[in-house]
Design a protein around this ligand. Structure first.
Ligand SMILES: Cc1cc2nc3c(=O)[nH]c(=O)nc-3n(C[C@H](O)[C@H](O)[C@H](O)COP(=O)(O)O)c2cc1C
Length: 215
């Protein structure tokens, strides 16, 4: 069964790339939904124009990029990815009878947070998230916005009440980060921790203060 990965239009497309790479490296299959708005953030952050008609080449290019949006050395096999157009409300993940392990929204915009909390289903990403909740499957929401207004905070509480796990895209500094990619990988790793997917994206806390600086 696949994980649905929903990429919405918040800043933070490197978080999505890190999650996708790690899922594929772990042998997981992925159903990918890239919102219309996220194509703007992806273009802004990487220079890549994501096209439904050429998604394989565009995705390969995207996943080869590092946190700074520049070409890196990542070599990713995307054969485990199935892409669904964000406007396709007849897609598999639109129905609860389509079996999945759950859904990761990375990054999650405040608009996506609102849409899922209110059950709007305005596109496939929001519909798939509502389906994930109604089927009692795991939903992880990596919200990226700052500061947060009361409206978004209330929507996040609603999502938590409905059974989703909110993972703010806020990197920690105890894991010995030396590059931007380390900070990105920390957030991606915490998303995968909640999903229960094994990874080696960050150095876990071992109870030794300052340990990350000495090892
Ligand atoms: C360059 C850029 C950066 C953005 N960054 C954020 C962000 O960090 N968080 C957020 O909630 N919205 C952000 N937005 C606004 C969302 O893209 C917008 O609310 C959009 O409607 C989200 O739609 P979606 O949830 O369907 O993807 C950004 C927009 C642009 C163009």
């Amino acid at each position: 069964m696949p994980w649905i990965v929903g990429v919405s239009g918040a800043s933070g497309t490197p978080y999505a790339a890190a999650v996708l790479r790690a899922l594929l490296a772990a042998g997981e299959s992925v159903d990918l939904v890239v919102s219309r708005a996220s194509r703007l953030t992806l273009l802004d952050e990487t220079g890549i124009a994501f096209r439904d008609s050429q998604w394989e080449g565009d995705l390969r290019e995207w996943l080869s990029r590092g946190a700074d949006g520049k070409p890196d050395t990542f070599d990713v096999d995307i054969s485990g990815v199935r892409h669904w157009s964000a406007g396709d409300l007849a897609a598999g993940p639109s129905s609860g009878s389509y079996a999945t392990k759950g859904m990761l929204i990375v990054p999650a915009s405040t608009a996506a947070v609102a849409g899922v909390a209110l059950g709007l289903s305005k596109d496939l990403l929001q519909r798939a998230a509502s389906v994930t909740l109604k089927e009692g499957r795991k939903l992880v929401v990596a919200v990226r916005e700052t500061p947060l207004n009361g409206q978004t905070l209330r929507h996040l509480v609603t999502l938590d009440d409905l059974g989703a796990t909110v993972v703010p895209a806020s990197p920690a500094f105890y894991a010995g980060a030396t590059h931007i990619q380390d900070l990105v990988d920390f957030v991606a790793g915490r998303v995968l921790d909640v999903a229960g997917v094994e990874h080696r994206l960050y150095r876990r806390w071992k109870g030794d203060l300052g340990g990350a600086r000495t090892t």
